[in-house]
Design a protein around this ligand. Sequence first.
Ligand SMILES: NC(=O)C1=CN([C@@H]2O[C@H](COP(=O)(O)OP(=O)(O)OC[C@H]3O[C@@H](n4cnc5c(N)ncnc54)[C@H](OP(=O)(O)O)[C@@H]3O)[C@@H](O)[C@H]2O)C=CC1
Ligand SMILES: Nc1nc2c(c(=O)[nH]1)N=C([C@H](O)[C@@H](O)CO)CN2
Length: 238
Amino acid sequence: MSLEQPVALITGAGRRFGFALAQQLLAEGYLVLAHYNSSKAGIVELEQQGAIGIRADLTDSTAVTNLIDEVQRCTKRLDLLVNNASCFFNNATVDADPAALAAVFQVHVQAPYQLITALTPLLQASGQGSVINITDIYTESPSTDYLAYCAAKAGLANLTQGFAKALAPQVRVNGIQPGPILFLPEHDGEHRQKVLAETPLHVEGGLEPMVQAVRFLRDNPFVTGEFIKVDGGRALMI
Ligand SMILES: NC(=O)C1=CN([C@@H]2O[C@H](COP(=O)(O)OP(=O)(O)OC[C@H]3O[C@@H](n4cnc5c(N)ncnc54)[C@H](OP(=O)(O)O)[C@@H]3O)[C@@H](O)[C@H]2O)C=CC1
Ligand SMILES: Nc1nc2c(c(=O)[nH]1)N=C([C@H](O)[C@@H](O)CO)CN2
């Protein structure tokens, strides 16, 4: 790693948005620390492009500590931390399993808190340290089908504002509130049509608009404690 090479840690980098963002940052010359839990195949692909894969189950605080230790072994600076990892559990899932309920808050609140707190010295050493937390449009108007998930994402949104105040001026902290950027394979046509009918731009956003929002928040030196909605206008309708 050269002295000037920027370094990014992305959680949940093994698939979908986290994977796409990792590839973009690799292409921009970053040393990417690609965190994952189960998506090893994506990490192998990123490692072939120069990333360093680090596994940690973010429901396990000891695993998070080990992740932090590994990051500190890999680098003396951190230019960008993206808290992307997320477990999208609905009410039925968390009602059936107390561990799933706990996981929603461990992954979305506890682990980001641990990571931001412990990695602040590396973010300060960057001279342009930036944290971007991926929340959700439903933090302000919760979905009744995902009560715990929305509460946890609201907690991450609050951490975003709190750390923005606490870490200024050395480190900026912002959030992105996605809408329907990428459906899950299990989302059937009826669900997709319903969601897009309720979305003013009537299309699934895709991952590039999210990457563009990361670049804006990363590069704008006078924005902190702020959120960008990348949702096709869906937040207007909920
Ligand atoms: N897709 C969409 O339309 C929307 C997405 N968002 C948010 O945008 C972000 C990216 O979305 P998307 O790519 O669809 O997310 P996914 O649900 O596809 O991926 C989530 C990532 O989180 C990781 N993860 C989940 N649980 C754990 C855990 N216990 N320990 C460690 N890592 C874990 C997964 O790792 P692994 O695969 O290695 O297990 C995975 O890489 C998320 O924060 C999501 O909440 C918000 C609104 C809409
Ligand atoms: N971790 C995730 N969180 C969310 C997802 C997802 O796929 N993974 N998707 C949504 C959207 O509601 C989307 O599925 C459109 O219905 C919210 N959060």
